[in-house]
Design a protein. Structure first.
Length: 546
């Protein structure tokens, strides 16, 4: 398959690609791409839904990630095949746009390609397939819009259900009711109304992880949590009406960096030298005091002597605060990060009602609460071990994304495979309007979206065929919200069962899956440059498919 690109000139073959370059064309290229993309979809399919399994990913240095999250799995996998990489892109886009539904998007794309492969076998041209797919995709978006129901910010119950649906089946499930409350409260605090539209900047919901304790201890903090202790024991542990200096400069005397030696010949000189240093540090602290600050959060170090002076002045101080925290603090407290002490003035100080050091799982953290900007909130993510905290953190991220997009879009749908079943049903009817090959392509699209209820059933140990038959019958009768009920192994109304998702998860998944499938199908020529350092070797991923 991988012959170099050869042209003909008067019977004489001429090489137009450099040595080592690979080329595969026509059906070979298509098959190869489809196989690679499907392999990616297969890798995540078993994680779909509340009964989906987790994956354990071990990287080259032995670090472990245990997750059920589609985008995380794909990001951690070291994928090289270009078509497979396009599938990973779908997951990333989905994650950025909605923050949930990554597995769904990827497996729909995989299934679309599988169906397309069947059509290609029947000698249907790729452009006919992609045209049919595009018609089907546009129709699907319309159908989804129609079955979407409005949701308001006051509908706390529905919002909690959305959060819980996105967390089902993750390590977070045990505490999902509690976590859902935390997530919904957080979003309500940061949501803004703009000409009747709700806007949620998920970045305003900061997450700070701390292992030890249980996921039930996860809590919402109205402000910013800094994972640092108050630097000196004599400093206050609580400051009310905090005026906060944010410094990006060390309160230290720089060590002489040149080779210049300082010769000290007498104890007096030694004493003078120390006093000189102490005076410099005292002057620095004086500048902080003069600004009127009673809290100092410093991105760099604070010398012991400076700590001593700060403590004497009753200034609560933390050192080596993370840069990202400093930025969040500046935004939340309305303060300005100062990198030259001489510039520090009263106007640069941030405000918070309370700054307090508290013990969390035996370690001290500093809470900056009730800031100038009430939209600054932090979810303090807890769980027994680091791996658990990481997975709960990812679940919370999904839930925040889900609730936020439900509010921004203002529409929700029932989940559990019900929208996909409804889409499939209506698309089959829509297909009747077209003739011949296009109709086949639209029907293939209709079959492909059923991969969602089918996988939910399969992963839940139900018979996928029986389930799909029942589901089709229910939707034919007009039960739009019927989906796979994994608690009793039947099909039921997903809305009543509390399985609710934002409409955007579904529309975005269809859009990116459709586009990716189309893009992959349109490729009939893959030209891979030779590896620079390795010379003419097979590009990896190109040599072992099928
Ligand atoms: P994704 O990465 O696509 O969000 P998930 O593993 O989170 O993948 O699974 C999402 C799917 O699981 C959605 O189709 C959703 O409706 C379904 N689902 C979630 N909770 C339930 C439930 N309790 N019963 C049935 N289906 C559920
Ligand atoms: Mg999900």
């Amino acid at each position: 398959m991988a012959n170099a690109m050869i042209g003909q000139l008067g019977g004489q073959p001429i090489l137009i690609l450099p040595e080592g370059a690979m080329r595969s064309t026509g059906k070979d290229a298509q098959r190869n791409n489809i196989a690679a993309a499907r392999a990616v979809a297969d890798a995540v399919r078993t994680t779909l839904g509340p009964k989906g399994m987790d994956k354990m990913l071990v990287d080259s240095i032995g670090d472990i990630v245990i997750t059920n999250d589609g985008v995380t799995i794909l990001e951690e996998m070291d994928i090289e095949h270009p078509a497979a990489k396009m599938m990973v892109e779908i997951a990333k886009t989905q994650n950025e746009e909605v923050g949930d539904g990554t597995t769904t998007a990827v497996i729909i794309a995989g299934e679309l390609l599988k169906k397309a492969e069947d059509l290609l076998e029947q000698e249907i041209h790729p452009t006919v397939i992609t045209r049919g797919f595009r018609l089907a995709k546009d129709e699907t978006l319309k159908i989804l819009e129609q079955i979407g129901k409005p949701v308001s910010i006051d509908d706390t119950e529905s919002l909690k259900k959305i959060a819980m649906t996105s967390m089902y089946g993750k390590s977070a499930e045990k505490a999902s009711a509690h976590l859902a409350t935390v997530v919904v409260d957080a979003i309500k605090m940061v949501a803004e109304k703009n000409n009747g539209k709700i806007q949620v900047d998920s970045d305003n919901v900061k997450r700070e992880k701390k292992h030890g304790g249980s996921s039930e201890d996860t809590a919402l903090v109205r402000g910013i949590v800094v994972d640092k202790e108050v630097v000196h024991p004599a400093m206050p542990k609580t400051v009310k009406e905090a005026k906060i200096a944010l410094l990006d400069v060390a309160l230290e005397v720089k060590e002489t960096e040149t080779d210049a030696e300082i010769r000290i010949t007498s104890p007096d000189q030694m004493q003078a030298f120390i006093e000189q240093e102490q005076k410099m540090l005292k002057d620095m602290v004086e500048k902080v005091v003069k600004s009127g600050a009673n809290v100092l959060l410093c991105q760099k170090g604070i010398d012991d002597v400076a700590q001593h002076y700060l403590a004497k002045k009753g200034i609560l101080s933390c050192r080596r605060v993370k840069k990202s925290d400093m930025e969040a603090l500046a935004k939340a407290t309305g303060g300005r990060i100062i990198s030259n002490l001489d510039d520090l003035s009263t106007e640069d100080l941030g405000y918070a009602k309370v700054v307090e050091e508290r013990k969390v799982a035996g370690e001290s953290m500093t809470f900056v609460e009730e800031c100038k900007d009430p939209k600054a909130v932090t979810i303090l993510v807890r769980g027994s071990t680091e791996h658990v905290v990481d997975e709960i953190n990812r679940s919370i991220e999904d839930a925040v994304g889900a609730v936020a997009s439900a509010l921004e879009e203002g529409k929700i749908v029932a989940g559990a495979g019900s929208p996909e079943a409804e889409v499939s049903n209506r698309l089959r009817k829509f297909a009747e309007k077209f003739s011949g090959r296009e109709q086949l392509a639209i029907k293939a699209f209709a079959d492909a979206v059923e991969v969602v209820p089918r996988s939910l059933a399969e992963n839940g140990g139900l018979d996928p065929i029986d389930t799909l038959v029942e589901l089709r019958a229910a939707h034919e009768k007009g039960n739009v919200t019927y989906g796979v009920d994994l608690t009793n192994g039947k099909i039921s109304d997903a809305f009543t069962a509390g399985v609710i998702e934002p409409l955007k998860v579904k529309t975005q998944a269809i859009m990116s899956a459709g586009e990716a499938a189309e893009m992959i199908l349109r490729i009939d020529d893959v030209i891979t440059a030779g590896r620079l350092e390795k010379g003419p070797s097979m590009p990896s991923g190109m040599d072992h498919e099928e």
